[in-house]
Ligand binder design. Structure first.
Ligand code: ZN
Length: 338
């Protein structure tokens, strides 16, 4: 058989997230509700399935991974395991009766006390009624259950669901063809990787580089990042003096937060790999991010990125940008060991 196994695919697409979740399960610290936010091709379904396999596998490998061979693993891969309940949209929408089915399964598991895992893909397609039903059982977890909600676009998820789940962002690991297209379009090497994470097209990338916006933002976010990592409270001041003047509209505010996520993602990516400067979003602070990759745990990095993404979702509401960015800065400062 030459086909790549599910575990191998998950490992290739999201090596750090896979490690992170396998560790959580090992330490019995898995939360009861997650939102996996990732575009198609980032491995959100594969990671969800491997988590389910790991929870039920009868023959976990020495590396702490599900074997992929035992009866439990096979049934999960075939979509035929009684304790792994999967819901996908029926047509365009996830309907109330599908959530009702989930709910009855949840209730059963409370009675039986068995481990049960619920996987709802394209959760953004829930009708409001379905979302409200789902909320009820996220709020009142029963028995030994884990809910994995999957979406390609977190911006379409109701804030009430966002606030009750742990959000995990799936960032594309493979270097995209966009980076090459940007090179052809004349974008300088130090901006290519960052732009490929922020935009989907050369045209959108060009708009960001106009009038040196991206260049200035890269410098300012880099300086903010440096101050935060030093535990320097002046990071807080930089929000007002440097980041705010760049974030002149909601889109650019979102872009600044996306850039902050990428600064931490640089660190995370360097924990398992040696990356050249032009493979980093912030090459000008490469030395710092390499040091941090040795100093900070995956858990802490994921926590910081999660905080940033939660802040990103607050933008959808009518929150004041300065307020949320200052709050985020303080929260991250608290995460950095002195
Ligand atoms: Zn197995």
């Amino acid at each position: 058989m030459t086909e790549e196994s599910l575990v191998t695919t998950a490992q290739r697409l999201q090596p750090q997230l896979l490690d992170h979740f396998m560790n959580l399960i090992n330490e019995q610290r898995l939360a009861h509700a997650y939102l996996f936010n990732g575009a198609d091709g980032t491995g959100r379904q594969q990671i969800a399935q491997v988590i389910a396999m790991r929870l039920f596998c009868q023959n976990v490998t020495a590396e702490g991974l599900p074997c992929g061979q035992c009866a439990e693993c096979r049934r999960i891969m075939a979509g035929d395991h009684p304790d792994v309940v999967t819901v996908v949209p029926d047509g365009q929408r996830i309907k109330v009766d599908q959530v009702r089915y989930l709910k009855s399964e949840f209730t059963k598991s409370a009675v039986e006390g068995n481990q049960k895992i619920f996987i709802v893909d394209q959760v953004e397609r829930m009708t409001t009624g379905a979302a409200n039903s789902l909320l009820k059982f996220i709020e009142e977890p029963v028995g030994n259950t884990v809910a994995l909600l999957l979406t390609a676009n977190k911006n379409l998820i109701l804030p009430t669901i966002l606030s009750r789940t742990q959000i995990v962002d799936f960032i594309r690991v493979a270097p995209s063809a966009l980076a090459e297209a940007l090179a052809t379009a004349g974008v300088i090497p130090s901006q290519r990787y960052l732009l490929s994470t922020l935009t989907e097209s050369v045209q959108a990338a060009k708009a960001l580089t106009a009038e040196d916006w991206l260049k200035n933002a890269q410098v300012s976010v880099g300086q903010w990042f440096t101050a935060v990592c030093a535990g320097d409270e002046r990071a807080f001041v930089r929000v007002q003096t440097e980041l705010l003047p760049l974030a002149t509209n909601r889109d650019l505010q979102g872009t600044i937060l996306d850039m902050i996520v990428q600064a931490w993602h640089d660190v995370l990516r360097q924990q398992n790999a040696t990356l050249a400067d032009d493979q980093l979003a912030f090459p000008q602070v490469a030395k710092l991010s390499r040091q941090l990759a040795q100093r900070l745990s995956v858990d802490r990095l994921v926590a910081i990125m999660t905080l940033t993404l939660e802040t990103r979702s607050q933008l959808a509401g009518n929150m004041n940008f300065q307020g949320i960015l200052e709050a985020l800065t303080l929260q991250i400062l608290a995460q950095i060991p002195r």
